[in-house]
Ligand binder design. Structure first.
Ligand SMILES: Nc1ncnc2c1ncn2[C@@H]1O[C@H](COP(=O)(O)OP(=O)(O)OP(=O)(O)O)[C@@H](O)[C@H]1O
Ligand SMILES: [Mg+2]
Length: 268
């Protein structure tokens, strides 16, 4: 059974149909990429899958494969908090890092969505809150380890290079122990070395059993890490398949990749 089933999803903003009757599935422990030109509806789609936003039509069915007892839920009828607790983790296209905090505290802040005691009571010292604090710290350290930042816990976040900032955002999402991880443009602005480290990290997370859905413009990265690719153009799905199939699909080349792409050497 798939982890995520996007079924006939439409989202309109006034006169703009940002996502139009889109359907696709993401299977367990798969890395799936969503690509397409600026304004194609990729972030809108992510907002629907993380229940930050609701579709006008369609269903977004999620079942967390890492918790076998959990029932399937419709994210179109769920709050962001419920979605997070159900096992949806995400990073954002625009950085959400708290510059003045340590790397570890940045991850713990994200994790507090998970605790019952909440962020405010983290400053109090009731037993349950102290226990949750200890659990949050342990979960945050593990998440940093998984993102390859185990040795950066005490570093101030604003001194991290961009590649590690993106890994920090991934660590924060991992701290909520997601079954499905959504990454919005994780390779944006990274150099080759940082992109390679990101690719290794994302594959390692997938190999641990986390299903990954990512949006990305860096085609070298997409072709290297993805098991499957979905292509959006003006809110509509115009293609879906393996990276190889997508790369040679005439409609995808016309709408997004460009004729030059074929002539270039296959990146990485
Ligand atoms: N909250 C909103 N209100 C009005 N229009 C919106 C809103 N969010 C997105 N849109 C519009 O919906 C369309 C899709 O935008 P979206 O941000 O999803 O694109 P994208 O594929 O993520 O683009 P990019 O590659 O630039 O990040 C655009 O035309 C955008 O202007
Ligand atoms: Mg976007």
């Amino acid at each position: 059974m798939p982890v995520l089933r996007v079924e006939g999803v439409t989202r309109r903003f006034g006169g703009v149909t940002a996502v139009k009757e889109v359907s696709f599935q993401v299977h367990e422990a798969q890395i799936k990429a969503v690509i397409g030109p600026n304004g194609a509806g990729k972030t809108t789609l992510f907002n629907l899958v993380s229940a930050i936003d609701r579709p006008d039509e369609g269903r977004v069915l999620f079942r967390n494969p890492l918790r076998s007892g959990d029932a399937q839920i419709d994210l179109a009828r769920t709050s962001p908090h419920q979605a997070s607790r159900a096992g949806i983790g995400r990073t954002f296209q625009h950085s959400q890092i708290f510059e003045a905090l340590s790397v570890l505290d940045n991850v713990k802040v994200g994790r507090h969505a998970h605790g019952r005691a909440g962020l405010l009571s983290a400053f109090l010292t009731l037993p349950r809150q102290r226990r949750e604090e200890a659990e949050a710290e342990e979960a945050a350290r593990q998440a940093l380890q998984r993102a390859g930042l185990g040795d950066r816990a005490e570093t101030e976040a604003d001194s991290l290079p961009l590649g590690e900032r993106h890994l920090l955002e991934i660590a924060r999402a991992l701290a909520t122990e997601p079954g499905l991880l959504l990454l919005d443009e994780p390779a944006a602005g990274l150099n080759n070395e940082e992109t390679e480290r990101l690719a290794e990290t994302v594959r390692r997370i997938r190999d641990d059993g986390v299903t990954v859905l990512l949006v990305e413009h860096d085609m070298g990265f997409v072709m290297e890490v993805s098991d499957e690719v979905v292509v959006l153009d003006y809110g509509e799905k115009i293609a879906e398949g393996s990276p190889l199939m997508i790369r040679s699909n005439p409609e995808v080349i016309r709408a997004y990749l460009g004729e030059d792409y074929l002539a270039e050497e296959v990146p990485r």
